[in-house]
Design a protein around this ligand. Structure first.
Ligand code: SF4
Length: 481
């Protein structure tokens, strides 16, 4: 039975962080949870019992506003019943909408943005003393180590795997994207600190790390520039490739992933580092967005379809058994039938293992949102979307069928949500495998599985043997929205 009574003065306050949006947001949520944990608060996944509820928002997804205000409405009714409850709104939407959140939802206790996640616990304390508070910083301070999400205490969703933020912000200006406006320019975290953090994680039993950034390939560009401006004799070098090698060499780290690279910045050195570092997984998520050069130019992506496919071919030639995934937008303003046919042709040529397909929807504040007179008819977009999905699913199924009969190493993620008698694991190529294990296996353990069947979005298999039992220490849930 759930204990929904409010905490007493003596009892530690219970908090729940609900995340909307991308991995960067989920990572920020871990840091917020980490700070609250360090203050003696305890995590709960029961909304009714939570004393503090944080909505960590995202403005990239469609209907972000509606989702936020809908959830806030529900929280208000909870707060009416339990006036001591504290409501916090953080993240991209808070950054973008600033004061208007408090205007529309005056019962919110604290609003903070993307540049001051590191102050979450402080701000919460202040709002208790001083009353409702909003703090939105316009920019991140480059040399303040504490500002980086990874530099703060964390409570991680999966104890065997960790995200490590290597860079925040983005120097690009993709016409459809709000990230540069809400996250600011690129700032990279110092190389040695990142490697130290991964060492610490490995010591705590983490075996898989995912390096996070909006444009990971350009990691370190700002560090090199700053060092040169300071008069140091620095060679311009692809620091991201070096980082992959160094992180991959940390003892105990068996899998290194990263997201997301920008195709225009995918350098041969990165491909070589992937090929030559055994821990770096054979998976490349390379967002293409469109196959039409005209649309790519309008999006300001900085590459052509041909150049993209060439980089893909180079990566596949260098990295054995590489899985490739992508993001695609259908119906960008002004997209013609001819443009869309080019996207279909690229999708077929690229032979993706899987893809995230999005119907274009305008994000207020972006360049593309202004192109109202060029919006594509929704019926046309829906039809294009279905055709593209069919091409992508065909290629995903072909790829997956090609793996039947092979033995794959998986990391166990736990029982399948649909059928708890089935165990779910993830391969180095980032593919889900549902397999019969016949017994419970600790999350984070490594196992060999024989692949016996394929579907467009997953594989089926049978356990051969557990090769390593997980040894991480924590498993603390952070709710996903
Ligand atoms: S590279 Fe483009 S899509 Fe990615 S975060 Fe930067 S502006 Fe947005």
């Amino acid at each position: 039975m759930t204990d929904a009574s409010p905490s007493t003065d003596e009892a530690p306050k219970r908090f729940l962080v609900r995340t909307f949006g991308c991995q960067m947001n989920e990572h920020d949520s871990e840091r917020i949870a980490g700070q609250f944990g360090a203050e003696g608060m305890v995590a709960t996944d029961d909304l009714e019992a939570a004393d503090v509820v944080v909505l960590n928002t995202c403005c990239i997804r469609e209907n972000a506003d509606n989702k936020l205000y809908g959830t806030l409405g529900h929280l208000k009714s909870l707060k009416d019943r339990r006036p001591g409850m504290e409501i916090v709104v953080s993240g991209c939407l808070a950054q973008k909408d600033k004061e208007s959140i408090r205007e529309r939802a005056p019962y919110v206790d604290l609003v903070f943005g993307t540049h001051n996640v590191h102050r979450a616990a402080d701000l919460l304390r202040r709002s208790r003393d001083e009353g409702p508070l909003t703090e939105i910083l316009e920019a991140t301070v480059a040399d303040d180590y504490e500002l980086f999400p990874s530099a703060m205490p964390a409570q991680r969703e999966l104890g065997h795997a960790a995200w490590v933020t290597i860079q925040i912000g983005c120097d690009n200006s993709c016409a459809f994207c709000i990230v540069p406006a809400v996250r600011g320019p690129e700032i990279s975290r110092p190389f040695d600190r990142l490697v130290d953090e991964v060492r610490d994680l490995a010591a705590a039993g983490v075996t898989e790390v995912t390096l996070l950034g909006q444009n990971v390939n350009s990691y370190g560009r700002d560090l090199t520039l700053a060092a040169r401006q300071a008069g140091d004799d620095v060679r311009v070098r692809p620091l991201f490739a070096d980082l992959l090698r160094s992180v991959g060499a940390v003892e105990g780290i068996r899998r290194v992933r990263y997201t997301s690279p920008h195709p225009k910045d995918l350098r041969p050195e990165t491909i070589a580092a992937m090929a030559e570092t055994p821990a770096v997984c054979e998976h490349l998520h390379l967002p293409v967005q469109s196959g039409s050069d005209r649309v790519l130019a309008a999006m300001h992506r900085g590459y052509s379809a041909e150049r993209y496919l060439q980089r893909l071919a180079d990566a596949r030639a260098a990295i054995d058994d590489l899985a490739v995934t992508t993001d695609l937008i259908v119906g960008f303003p002004g997209e013609t039938d001819e443009d869309f046919e080019a996207t279909l042709a690229l999708a077929a040529a690229a032979e993706y293992d899987s893809a995230y397909t999005f119907i274009y929807s305008p994000r207020p504040g972006t360049e593309a949102a202004e192109l109202v007179d060029r919006y594509v008819d929704p019926g046309v977009v829906a039809e294009r979307f279905d055709r593209l999905k069919a091409v992508l699913e065909r290629s995903a199924l072909r790829k997956h069928e090609g793996r039947v009969g092979r033995t794959e190493e998986v990391v166990v993620e736990g029982p399948s949500r649909k059928d708890p008698s089935i165990t779910t694991g993830r391969t180095r190529q980032n593919k889900l495998v549902h397999f019969a294990a016949g017994r419970a296996i600790k999350v984070g353990s490594y196992a060999d599985v024989l692949v016996t069947g394929a579907a467009p979005h997953f594989l089926r298999g049978e356990l051969i043997e557990v090769t390593e039992i997980a040894r991480h220490r924590t498993r603390i849930p952070v709710a996903a929205g």
